[in-house]
Design a binder for this molecule. Sequence first.
Ligand SMILES: [Zn+2]
Length: 92
Amino acid sequence: MNDNYTPGQDCQCHAHSEAECGCDVDWTPKEVYDLREQRDRLVNALIEARYAMYEAKEWIHVAKFEEATERLVNWENKHTNYIFHLIKGNKP
Ligand SMILES: [Zn+2]
């Protein structure tokens, strides 16, 4: 999808919505594409945070590492359903 995307942009039958259209073109709202992109960025950020935590184990003081890990795990537990929903690739 490019930045100029508008739903139904390739419609040839002058429909105003997917319900009227017979062209089999994409009527997905732009917001859905934007939210999917945002979802992917958040999932990647979470994976990077996990990886950074794993790498940090080498040089962070043990107590600090455990505290940071606990905070990350608590955050993940608090948002588990939402994260699982994101990782499954469902629509936002
Ligand atoms: Zn059409």
